[in-house]
Design a protein around this ligand. Structure first.
Ligand SMILES: Cc1ncc(COP(=O)(O)O)c(C=O)c1O
Length: 411
């Protein structure tokens, strides 16, 4: 028998938006089941399966009994391997005690929100940006304070924007800022001097800077192979640095990431992790140890170069078709493109692509079998006139996509 009392869901859930791309995705699946050929450019994960040496290590870890909890901050061997990676790749020494293994970058973001944000506190976020960030803040009764950014700001927060938007009013005070470099959805990078300026500005206000470096490793390189992005760890120990095994390391489904925290925050973070997670997947951590070995790195670097090749193909092709891409990505998996000129409002002839990015994406899917993500998934500022293309499908499929778009937009 059903109770006559109305069951309720906490009001915070009303403030958390679903991904708009889910609508695109489920329709794409439906169309595929009806026999349509869909080019998937919506997925935010590498299309390559996890590299074989990592898979093998995971399988043997399971066979060797890695089926128990492994501590709230993670396997000591893996924390040391990550410290060695910072030394070899960035030339910085990081005490492994400051490194916590987390369930993806998502787990690190949740820990940081729980650590820093009291009810009503605000964390500055770039709009557009990774959508879950504001939801993590809401979950702990805080607020993601969205700061509109555009091509003029390289789609990133900077010291001047932080200073302009920092607030200490009664309704809530700003306690920090979170940036991602390279960013999702734009692929833009924050330069070393700008990272330094951000640190100075936020530090002078007693706030915390969080830098999401999840797309490091997928930063595009020139012939010399030199890294083009800087880690916040090259500048200070007093920032929170997030990374993940999901993107460059190609382990999305294993759910593993990490957080490098300032020494003063580590005991509190460990306490939170004990309660929230108890432990990360132990066998995934043993598998991840393989990520740092030379043969695996060679595979991962080849994949990174393939992403760059795809981007080098797609970027000029989209510009040629009339998409406006003010800022070329410097890394990551995405191109963020302005579609104004295809929207009916700006086009009296009304080509029928829709009034906003959501409608545009659905039209492209329904009529042309192309799945991309509407800008509205990434924030509010001008997002209705942007879409995100993910080059997480093969070159052959990207060629098919461009051919289809050429037929649509140039007729
Ligand atoms: C900027 C950014 N941060 C964090 C995440 C979460 O990644 P994961 O939890 O798989 O490490 C993503 C996923 O797409 C992302 O784009």
């Amino acid at each position: 028998m059903t109770s006559i009392l109305t069951k309720r869901i906490a009001s915070r859930v009303d403030d958390i938006q679903p991904f708009r791309v889910v609508e695109v995705l489920s329709r794409a699946k439906e169309l595929e089941s009806l026999g349509h050929d869909i080019v998937h450019m919506q997925a935010g994960e590498p299309d390559f399966a996890t590299a074989e040496p990592i898979v093998e290590a995971g399988v043997s870890a399971l066979r060797n009994g890695a089926t128990y909890y492994s501590g709230a901050s993670g396997l000591w061997e893996l924390r040391k391997a990550i410290a060695a990676f910072y030394l070899s790749d960035y030339g910085v020494t990081v005490d492994p005690k400051r490194i916590m293994i987390t369930p993806g970058a998502s787990g690190a973001l949740l820990l940081i929100a729980a650590l820093l944000v009291d009810a009503g506190d605000k964390i500055l976020l770039a709009d557009p940006g990774y959508p879950c960030n504001r939801n993590f803040m809401r979950l702990v009764e805080g607020e993601g304070q969205l700061v509109p950014v555009s091509a003029d700001d390289n789609f990133q927060l900077n010291a001047e924007l932080v200073s302009r938007h920092w607030c200490s009013d009664k309704e809530g005070k700003t306690v920090g800022a979170l940036v991602a470099t390279p960013a999702n959805p734009t692929g833009t990078v924050i330069s070393k001097p700008e990272l330094e300026a951000l640190h100075r500005e936020i530090d002078s206000r007693g706030g915390s800077l969080i830098v999401d470096e999840i797309y490091h490793g997928l930063d595009f390189r020139d012939e010399s192979g030199q890294r083009s992005v800087h880690s916040m760890l090259e500048i200070t120990d007093d920032a929170f640095v997030i990374n993940s095994f999901s993107k460059y390391f190609g382990m999305t489904g294993w759910r593993l990431g990490w957080l490098v925290a300032p020494p003063w925050a580590c005991p509190a973070l460990d306490k939170l992790a004990q309660n929230l997670f108890i432990s990360m997947s132990t066998m995934a951590q043993y598998a991840a140890l393989k990520c740092f070995e030379t043969p695996t790195r060679a595979i991962l670097d080849q994949r990174r170069d393939e992403f760059k090749r795809r981007c080098d193909f797609l970027l000029p092709a989209l510009r040629d078709l009339g998409f406006i891409i003010p800022q070329a990505p410097e890394g990551g998996l995405y191109i963020y493109a302005d579609i104004s000129q295809f929207l009916d409002d700006n086009n009296p002839a009304g080509k029928g692509f829709g009034k906003n990015s959501q409608e545009f994406c659905l039209t492209l899917l329904e009529e042309h079998g192309l799945a991309i993500t509407p800008g509205a998934d990434f924030g509010h500022f001008q997002c209705d006139k942007y879409v995100r293309f993910a080059f997480t499908t093969s070159m052959d499929r990207l060629i098919v996509a461009v051919d289809r778009m050429r037929a649509i937009f140039t007729n």
